[in-house]
Design a protein around this ligand. Structure first.
Ligand SMILES: O=C(O)CCC(=O)C(=O)O
Ligand SMILES: [Fe+2]
Length: 300
């Protein structure tokens, strides 16, 4: 689901100047959301593009989108404030941007660290299918990843999988195991806007088979102690996610937006040889989370 920016919109956006954003706690201030909307609805074809994005994320069969901001990135540069303000303004049409991490006001850098756990965020290895902030009672409705620089060695395609479709392919017995509060993952410390720590949690909450979160990370298979029966059911889900996976490479300026109630995400390994690449040339993504005000509906 790739969404291009019409040429006339792109030219108009390059000429706009959005003001700095303000925060209200860990959330983008309502006043900024309104200011940005007023500025952008005055540009040609913005509302139509925002509606296409919204439909891709919440319409039937949808759940993710890649907004192609490469032209804007090229014209404005990715280091200056304008490019990031425009990206923020686009997704503020979908839901409310926020930062769960006090250390990162709004956007968080995901670079490449050669000495980190290779399977975790900013590691160099396979980043298995997961939901971000899986162990909060209220994970972000959307996770978004803006590509500043792909892996210069050509690795690291993004992977996505329709999680409800994967669950539907499991046996009754596995689904029953996944609905039990027998799973846990990671630590929970000083996180904002994502509820309380959830430990242990059920992967399937049972109350809403098509619209709810499937609270899953395949990283738990290696990193959490699970009893054999529950671990086997989780492994089956991980395998079904791989069966249904979609793979694509993010290009500079591509902005991946994932509805966490429908799709799980991850990333294939970066190309070998990352230690030979200067840190400032390595792959760089910027991450931002969104909260839908009520259920999974649009921002008001
Ligand atoms: O590096 C990527 O493409 C994905 C990173 C990710 O999913 C995360 O940090 O949560
Ligand atoms: Fe993630």
């Amino acid at each position: 689901m790739f969404i291009g920016i019409p040429g006339e919109l792109e030219s108009a956006l390059i000429d706009r100047s959005l003001p700095p954003w303000e925060l209200d706690g860990s959330f983008l201030a309502q006043s900024t959301m309104e200011e940005y909307r007023t500025e952008l609805t005055a540009t040609p074809r913005f509302e139509e593009t925002a509606a296409t994005l919204h439909h891709a994320l919440t319409g039937e069969g949808g759940g993710y989108a890649v907004l192609r901001l490469g032209g804007l990135a090229k014209a404005l540069g990715t280091d200056g404030a304008q490019f990031l303000r425009l990206a923020t303004a686009f997704v503020a049409e979908v839901a409310v941007p926020f930062s769960p991490f006090p250390a990162w006001p709004l956007w968080k850098n995901i670079g490449v660290k050669v000495d980190k756990d290779p399977g975790k965020s900013s590691g160099i290895g396979y980043n298995a299918f997961h939901m971000d902030l899986v162990n909060g009672t209220l994970p972000p409705d959307y996770t978004t990843l803006l590509c500043v620089r792909p892996d210069p060695l050509g690795g690291g395609p993004s992977i996505l999988s329709d999680v409800h479709a994967a669950v539907a392919r499991l046996s009754e017995n596995s689904r029953a195991l996944l609905a039990e509060a027998a799973y846990h993952y990671g630590t929970f410390y000083d996180l904002h806007g994502v509820g309380e720590e959830y430990n242990p949690f059920p992967i399937l909450d049972g109350s809403d088979p098509s619209g709810g979160f499937v609270r899953f990370t395949a990283k738990m298979l290696e990193r959490s102690q699970l009893d054999p029966a529950h671990a086997a059911a989780a492994r089956e889900l991980a395998e079904e996610l791989v069966q249904g996976q979609i793979t694509f490479m993010l290009e500079p300026g591509d902005y991946l937006i994932v509805n966490q109630r429908r799709y799980l995400h991850g990333r294939e390994a970066l190309h070998s040889g990352q230690e030979t690449v200067p840190v400032s040339d390595r792959r760089l993504l910027l991450q931002l989370f969104l909260r839908a005000p009520a259920g999974n509906g649009p921002a008001a």
